[in-house]
Design a protein around this ligand. Structure first.
Ligand code: SAH
Length: 248
């Protein structure tokens, strides 16, 4: 049901949780699991907790970095239990589902989940277009990893079922629908950000010894606008022209 969605788990410590996630995914008809440097995998504990969703575990892709995990994705969403220093566009799971489901056949989506003890780092969250927060008890906000995956997958499934019945009506934000050009992928955006950062250092706008929050703020600006492939090429062309002009 969800061939274009991947569930990405970053640095999971407990293999039992990976199994719990596989089960939650298969219950909701999700199939693509990507594990970023899990502490222990494959594992019997994961198999045991998956109770029958072993096909999801067997097909899981193990990679070394988040960058590899989100390669080719048009929309990267980070699940976070708490607010961060620089506020980022944040939705709840139902809003996310309403925004994403109409475009699921065209967009590759990554839902990224953090470590059991520390969640996602700021740097990891700053790779995401959006953050999703399950509006839990503010005094006890952090769900078990598999429970958090379950909530998101359930909301996406409910939205698909409603969509199939023609029930998703009215205004809904759209990402890339009826757009003439394909949206840029996570890796293309990373290369843009690297290019931007180098150029800003070259023109003495960014002090590498005192970068402050300039790059996170620029990331947020560009990610919020969700640029397409041609727009990214134009921006990179401008950067190249600037570097040429200053003899870089
Ligand atoms: N103690 C960590 C949370 C770890 S829970 C922290 O304070 O950040 C493991 C992962 O489950 C989180 O990284 C997040 O991806 C997801 N998660 C847990 N609770 C969540 C919530 N309320 N909203 C969204 N994601 C949540």
């Amino acid at each position: 049901m969800f061939p274009t969605v991947r569930i990405v788990l970053v640095h999971t410590s407990h293999p039992g949780n990976i199994g719990g996630v596989a089960r939650a995914m298969k219950n909701m008809a999700f199939e693509n699991l990507v594990l970023v440097a899990p502490k222990e995998f494959p594992s019997e504990k994961a198999e045991a907790r998956a109770s029958g969703a072993t096909d999801v575990l067997a097909a899981a892709q193990v990679v070394e970095t988040l960058e590899q995990a989100v390669e080719g994705c048009h929309l990267v969403v980070g699940a976070s239990a708490r607010g961060r220093h620089i506020p980022w566009p944040v939705v709840d799971p139902r809003e996310l589902a309403a925004q994403v489901v109409p475009d699921l056949s065209r967009l590759k989506v990554a839902l990224v989940f953090g470590r059991e003890d520390r969640g996602l780092t700021n740097e990891e969250l700053q790779r995401c277009h959006r953050h999703v927060h399950i509006p839990s008890n503010p005094d006890f906000s952090s769900l078990n990893l598999a429970a958090a995956v379950q909530v998101l997958c359930y909301e996406l499934r409910m939205a698909v079922l409603a969509d199939q019945q023609g029930e998703v009506a009215g205004e809904r934000p759209r990402w890339g629908t009826e757009w003439d050009i394909e949206l840029a992928t996570a890796d293309e955006l990373e290369r843009l950000f690297e290019h931007l950062e180098t150029t800003l250092v070259d023109i003495d706008f960014l002090d590498p010894d005192n970068p402050r929050q300039l790059m996170p703020r620029l990331r947020r600006l560009y990610l919020r606008s969700h640029p397409d492939k041609v727009e990214v090429n134009v921006l990179r062309g401008i950067l190249t022209a600037m570097q040429k002009k200053i003899g870089g």
